[in-house]
Design a protein around this ligand. Structure first.
Ligand SMILES: CC(C)(COP(=O)(O)OP(=O)(O)OC[C@H]1O[C@@H](n2cnc3c(N)ncnc32)[C@H](O)[C@@H]1OP(=O)(O)O)[C@@H](O)C(=O)NCCC(=O)NCCS
Length: 177
């Protein structure tokens, strides 16, 4: 059985960005209180930043964000899966999509600051620790690295024609732009 069947992942743009930011807000601001008021920062308005959405069936379920640094290095962050969609492989597929995207763009290494409770999750996906935990966003995170030569090919089922966000009264139809 392919446990990732039914999961679609794509680069969010246009009206889909509202879903991307809504999921991040629900997880990092409302649930975890890791950030106050908003988790949107200057990286979100840089042209090189890639915002990613995942859907489980027609329901948007998770996010990740990635951006190039320098010399072939990329950074990943804002990995978030809505609580109702956890343990269904959405998070793992988002991480795999992120490294595949960076590798497809010529990257050599990706780095990320990982919440200590998630270090094992990343290790199982091939990431390695890089130094000691240090404070980030108010609590300790583990710096971790991924060798992009190990990334899978960038082949994922893309956006469904219609997507829905649980709790929203209206879904979003075909992407606006
Ligand atoms: C961490 C998170 C992204 C994981 O996403 P998910 O969709 O629930 O994870 P998956 O279903 O893809 O998990 C894949 C496997 O990893 C395991 N796993 C999930 N979270 C784990 C964790 N924190 N530690 C160890 N293993 C974990 C799952 O049990 C599953 O194992 P299996 O293949 O044996 O069944 C999700 O829990 C989340 O969004 N948490 C809140 C936000 C957050 O912490 N973001 C990351 C900041 S560094």
């Amino acid at each position: 059985m392919n446990r990732a069947a039914g999961i679609r992942i794509w680069r969010a743009s246009g009206s889909d960005l509202a879903h991307h930011y809504a999921i991040r807000h629900r997880v990092f601001v409302v649930e975890q209180r890791a950030l106050e008021v908003t988790d949107i920062d200057a990286r979100d308005v840089e042209r090189s930043t890639i915002h990613v959405l995942a859907a489980h069936g027609l329901q948007v379920a998770g996010t990740v964000r990635l951006y190039p640094l320098r010399d072939g290095w990329w950074q990943g962050d804002r990995l978030a899966v809505l609580a109702s969609h956890r343990s269904t492989m959405v998070g793992a597929e988002l991480v795999r999509f992120a490294v595949a995207t960076a590798a497809a763009r010529g990257g050599h290494r990706m780095r990320a600051q990982i919440q200590l409770a998630n270090v094992r999750f990343f290790e199982r996906l091939g990431w390695v620790r890089d130094g000691d935990p240090a404070p980030y966003c108010g609590f300790d995170h583990q710096p971790m690295l991924f060798d992009l030569a190990q990334a899978p090919d960038l082949h994922w089922p893309g956006r469904p024609a219609t997507v829905l966000l649980e709790g929203d009264l209206e879904g979003a139809g075909p992407r606006a732009g």
